[in-house]
Design a protein. Structure first.
Length: 454
């Protein structure tokens, strides 16, 4: 019986020891939570252990060198920038990656100590961060504690997109601007968040939508572009900056429509007052291009240029409208224009500009005097060059497409078949001979009559 009691007591003691060891192990690890990451893209975050606290002392990792920290009484001041360079070829202790739409992540099973935290996205860069995962307990000993670090990007990234990069004059283009709510430093007096818009060859810009974390912002908010001293326009989004940075890092999507003004395409750039001063404007600038067609009216035989011809242009079974420019024979596409028949210049050339891509049928409505209308003119296609890109949601045109700019498209006409003019040499001869024959016939007739009487 005593032996059984001893066995049971021993078993209880082992269970208690195991429980104590589990408790001690649990207390020896903690978590690191990284917040304020961009919701617009996956962000990879890595932690590197600078030092682990064990037996009341600091145990530095092998990659940590003496010039990376300074002893300040009972504390250490770390040179995180130097450490970030030093770990370029080191394997992190842990690495996690966010998904689009999330702004934080948490590392678990982290031991008490000090850690270097590095975060990076494809478009967003972050400042180097450091965090401590320890505290002193009531007995003055080091124990693990949960840590939280706020990721601070070097600048708010602004990405611009469009629904068309090869356009016609007067087209309405939709632009999408994607950014994120900035983190506001504690105690900062400037809590503004402003989006700047710098368009070229665009007019009638209108904000059609503002979304925060995919939720439409409507109630009590009116968003309008106003003239700016920093850019052409600015949009105040300061109401999206919430107290305690509750919205920091959340995705913001602004949709703006604009009308293409003129025949030289467009360019549109956006940034915010929180953008990095060294921001790469390739990601927040979009460009659009236009096309034109130049033809020349010529004689089918001599290839001499001809004036006086008129043409219409048809696309998708619709006769296009144009307005005249100051230069003869040059016309600009205009949906509200009044001209559908366009006359060539004295040198036989005709240019229509401000066109989008596609196939254009050319109809000759009036031939030069003395010529027949060309009934079957070959269609002309404006086919832009596009670059391979994943930056935009549509194909990215690279240049204007001016068909016939250097060598105008020839349109031939054939001279009408004609008879000699009345009064010309040929008709004069025939007239004289005819009169002579008729006179001779008349003489013979009277002579024969007289002879018959006699």
């Amino acid at each position: 019986m005593n032996k059984i009691k001893k066995v049971i007591a021993f078993a209880l003691m082992m269970v208690m020891m195991m429980a104590m060891s589990v408790t001690a192990f649990a207390a020896d690890t903690t978590t690191i939570t990284v917040k304020n990451l961009s919701a617009n893209e996956p962000t990879q975050v890595s932690i590197y252990k600078i030092a682990e606290i064990g037996s009341g002392k600091w145990n530095f990792s092998p990659w940590v060198k003496a010039d990376m920290y300074k002893v300040n009484g009972e504390k250490y001041d770390f040179e995180f920038a130097k450490m970030a360079e030093a770990v370029a070829n080191e394997t992190p202790d842990q690495t996690l990656t966010t998904t689009v739409g999330t702004t934080s992540l948490t590392f678990t099973d982290v031991k008490a100590g000090a850690y270097l935290v590095l975060a990076a996205g494809e478009k967003t860069t972050y400042n180097v961060m450091g965090v401590a995962t320890y505290k002193y307990d009531d007995n003055g000993k080091f124990v693990a504690k949960p840590a939280e670090v706020i990721a601070k990007s070097t600048g708010t990234v602004v990405v611009k997109d469009t629904d068309d990069t090869f356009v016609a004059a007067g087209d309405t283009v939709t632009f999408t601007i994607t950014t994120e709510v900035p983190y506001i430093e504690e105690g900062a007096t400037d809590k503004s968040f402003t989006l700047y818009e710098n368009p070229t060859n665009l007019k009638n810009l209108t904000v059609t939508s503002v979304k925060l974390a995919d939720a439409e912002k409507k109630a009590g908010n009116t968003y309008n572009l106003v003239e700016s001293t920093t850019a052409k326009y600015e949009l105040n989004l300061s109401d999206l900056v919430a107290d305690n940075n509750a919205n920091a890092g959340k995705k913001v999507v602004v949709t703006i429509t604009a009308v293409v003004d003129g025949v030289n395409g467009y360019e549109n750039t956006a940034w915010s007052n929180k953008s990095d001063s060294n921001v790469d404007y390739k990601t927040n600038t979009v460009k659009g291009f236009t096309g034109s067609i130049t033809l020349k009216k010529i004689d089918a035989t001599t290839e001499k240029t001809l004036a006086g011809a008129k043409f219409s242009f048809v696309k998708n079974d619709e006769t296009l409208k144009f307005v005249a420019t100051e230069k003869a024979g040059v016309y600009t596409f205009d949906k509200n224009g009044s001209l559908t028949e366009l006359e060539v210049a004295e040198d036989g050339t005709l240019k229509v500009q401000g066109l989008s891509e596609g196939v254009y049928n050319i109809i000759e409505t009036q031939a030069p005097e003395g010529y027949s209308i060309h009934e079957n003119i070959s269609p002309v296609e404006i086919k832009p060059d596009y670059a391979e890109t994943t930056r935009l949601s549509v194909k990215e045109a690279t240049a204007h497409k001016n068909v016939g700019a250097d060598d105008p498209v020839p349109v031939t006409d054939t001279r009408l078949t004609t008879l000699p003019f009345t009064g010309g040499m040929g008709t004069t001869i025939f007239t004289v001979l005819g009169v002579a024959i008729m006179a001779l016939a008349a003489v013979l007739f009277f002579v024969s009559k007289r002879t018959a009487k006699n």
